[in-house]
Unconditional design. Structure first.
Length: 292
């Protein structure tokens, strides 16, 4: 019996445990380099482009890889087709088919249908209704992009994206805005042409991009749609008063690519993916134009 045991477990093996320890000691430690696709100059905070796109909700990672290879993705304005490309989500501008992608998920974009009687500020020293009642339900600290006077209702953008807000609110970028105004009197085609040709105000000449009468005049008043790029203070009211038709009610229906739609008065909603993309695309285009 002893000899049989010796044949089954030769000296020094101890049921094979000693040899396994020896084999283990002969195998060097293996260190896996998870950053093997990083190149010289890549930041440790950078991430693979397809991973970033998938995390932003563009599509699955496999589909995002196909988009990259097909040449439909750009980084900072340059088309990228290499799957190993790494980007900085916090600073790089990524687009798919020319539409900007929001990579920073900490940014919030909210549309408000502002009622009349509310001032476009987060705090009013005179105790009037302000915008804080519409931002209280959001964790982020939101600010308004531009202003609507207290007597004007309609679309107002709220965001914590300071860079985008500065671009869209600055007069030199001329974001297009559309208003519906109710005015006193009956507007004529000749008056609309005057608005388009341009009139002179105290702070300089001004012209609308487009204008049209909405419906038929009623009870001595006319509804008119006005589209313009100017961001000057109370510009629609001043223009219409200058041509003899004071405004009795004013609503902003659109701001750049955003449209008020059926959003009820006094309510808010977050922008859709398509709206965010269009808004970011507009802002980035304005920034690029400024650099030229």
């Amino acid at each position: 019996m002893s000899a049989d045991r010796d044949r089954r477990a030769p000296a020094g093996r101890a049921d094979g445990r000693a040899d396994r320890r020896a084999d283990r000691d002969l195998v060097p430690d293996v260190v896996i380099d998870w950053s093997s696709n990083m190149r010289d100059g890549d930041s440790p905070t950078s991430e693979r482009l397809q991973k970033v796109l998938a995390a932003a909700g563009v599509a699955s990672r496999r589909v995002c890889e196909n988009l990259i290879v097909a040449g439909r993705v750009s980084v900072n304005g340059v088309i990228v087709t290499e799957l190993g490309t790494r980007v900085e989500p916090a600073t790089d501008h990524v687009a798919v088919d020319g539409v900007a992608i929001q990579l920073d998920t900490t940014k919030r974009y909210v549309m408000l249908n502002k009622p009349t009687g509310v001032v476009s500020t987060m705090s009013d020293e005179n105790g009037r209704r302000d915008l804080t009642e519409f931002t209280a339900d959001y964790d982020e600290r939101l600010y308004n992009v531009g202003r609507l006077d207290a007597e004007t209702s309609g679309l107002l953008l709220l965001t914590n994206d300071g860079e985008l807000a500065n671009v869209l609110a600055h007069p030199r970028y001329g974001v297009e805005k559309t208003y519906i105004a109710q005015v006193e009197g009956t507007l004529t085609p000749a008056t609309l042409q005057r608005l388009k040709t341009g009139i002179e105000l105290d702070d300089g000449p001004i012209a609308v991009d487009r204008s049209k009468i909405v419906g038929a005049p009623s009870k001595g008043r006319t509804m008119v749609e006005v589209t313009l790029h100017s961001g000057r203070n109370r510009i629609v009211r001043r223009m219409l008063a200058a041509v003899g038709h004071p405004v009795t009610a004013l609503v902003r229906r659109s701001f750049g690519p955003l449209h008020l739609g059926t959003l009820p008065l006094g309510r808010t909603r977050e922008l859709t993916d398509a709206e965010r993309g269009a808004l970011l695309t507009l802002a980035r285009a304005a920034q690029q134009e400024e650099k030229r």
